[in-house]
Design a protein around this ligand. Sequence first.
Ligand SMILES: [Zn+2]
Ligand SMILES: [Zn+2]
Length: 729
Amino acid sequence: MHGYDPKEIEEKWQDHWQKSGIYEAKDFSDLPKYYLLIEFPYPSGDGLHVGHIRSYTAMDIISRKRRMEGFNVLYPIGWDAFGLPTENYALKTGKDPKVVTKENTDTFRRQIRSLGLSFDWSREINTTDPKYYKWTQWIFLKFLEKGLAYKAKIPINWCPKCKIGLANEEVVDGNCERCGAPVEQKEKEQWMLAITKYAERLDKDLDEVDYPDRVKIQQRNWIGRSEGVLIKFDDIEIFTTRPDTILGATFIVVAGKEDKFTGRFVTNPATKEKIPVWEAEYVMSDYGTGAIMGVPADDERDMEFAKKYKLPIVEDYQKAGFEDFGKKVTKYRLRDWVFSRQRYWGEPIPVIHCSKCGVAPVPEKDLPVELPKVEKYQPREDGESPLANIDEWVNVTCPKCGGKAKRETDVMPNWAGSSWYFLAYLFNKEGFASSASIENWKLQIENFRHFMPVDWYNGGMEHTVLHLLYSRFWNKFLYDLKLVPTSEPYKKRTSHGLILAENGEKMSKSKGNVVNPDTIVKQFGADTLRLYEMFMGPFEQAIAWSEDALVGPRRFLERVWRLKTKVAKGQTLDTDSQGLTLMHQTIKKVSDDIESMKFNTAVSSLMIYVNTLDKKNKISQEEFKTLILLLAPFAPHITEELWLLLGRKDSIHIQNWPTYDSKKLIKDEIILAVQINGKVKANVLVSRDQSEEEIKTMALALPEVNKWLKGKKPERVIVVPRKIISIVT
Ligand SMILES: [Zn+2]
Ligand SMILES: [Zn+2]
């Protein structure tokens, strides 16, 4: 007999699963569906992070369990591949981002495959594939058609030294991330998406979804709904959430760049007194009306301001009814989404500017507007995208009048492709490749109806505001056009904790503390790595990596491997009653723990089970089969191999998930205390299904009891079920 060697089994099964297609979801299936989603990775040059593996393995375990429970499971994967790191790499090296992306996705794909994750690779997507972004551009045109995409002058982050517009994440403490120069604000025409039109529904519909409270709170804070009242102080309209304090209002503040008195006075409609109008920094120009009433007695900041500038303070005043002076309104802090970047590596915005016709959408049949090859990826001196340098690409004829016109040279932000990717997985192959049109979209709706909404979406806490909000917005917009079947895209959202370096710091290339999963797979095997990441600690908590701790899961798998020599042949051995109890308890514990993402305690209970089995000389087929079925979602390779060695033909991953019998959860035999005249004198082992008469007979036959009775008949024998037997002489 040979020992456990992952190298001999893991790659073999990965190839086998790929060929057999057992992890591919079926279109138009009669089975109930289950759609699990992970945040598709950005294929950076660093390769797969061990943190990715934590999330992917967790959802893989749930996917595998659902498959064994008889669901048509969809667990897809793809690449969110537009973005700054690749573009910055291109800027530095002059390498085509397309080529860099191909290299990076090849590495990621190989690494993910080496982990035995049950992704449906037949649906792999890539946001930078023209076949994909043709649809992203098509959705943008729908926004344009409905008046929700528009141009506006907006200040952008501008580095005067690098002469480029910067994304918010490239501004570090007010300085340019590349050169350190102080970042300036520059007014620029930008494309905007009117997400504020959906603010109310994005807030209210959070009631319908199963997200962690902290995620809902973060989204609600970002949307910033507040109910208040608009009140006119002469020609100045203010917004307040506390109209009842109007009798205490002694000044007005409008948003400004510095604190100063305007020299004006207006009438407080409640007190009829003239009060001064000030400008101050602490009032936001884009919140409410950009003006507030100052009520020092009721607001700390107003009090501070009043004291600083010696403005009147009224401490005692009556509360007013609001309805008396203004009208009720609801305001949101959410702003429209700045949707253009003066960059290269993004989806070109599909519009044409004509001096006669204005903005003309690129006709559907001309999609995709493909990214042209450029010489330099550097934005221009004037801050325009490098696309503006390519005359033959920019100069086109107007699709409306046929006159001379120019292409839009801005591209979309890297949030665009991820705002609808959960739908892209549902397209059938022909549909995806076909031209972007309403007819071809509608051919996918049956699939959308089958799979949507996503049943369970797991991702990082860092994406719970923007990405979730943006994708909910796009889905709601498509829902209003009757292009998707549900108004919310995700039924349930969960989050995983980070994996930190051994010393508790964040892993980063610059610190040299990044763990390469390839090394771990090579040394310990994929099953050990998966099991370790599930066992390392509570799933939602951050935890430090420990190379030493990998040995435990590896030894556990070696024990499971050795157990196979103890399995009795055929049906020659029945599971004993204690064995049955532990088996059913383990089925229940592992099943429940997977559902509540307590993967670490699920693994512990499997370890306890293996310990107990290991102490026996022989174990039954039933015991061993149950063990490897429960372990299969965690360690898919070793269990598949053991299943084969048991003589089974089909894959273990399409067998039925074990179920427990709640009657068998409690031990079948119990010990009852035997009392004689109120004092415990003996114990008796009985089985649960024994009758009262049988228990009495057993108790009276005990030597200790006979010693007390001395041949006499007891006066009374009372059996309190499952507790005691009481004998009175
Ligand atoms: Zn700079
Ligand atoms: Zn025209």
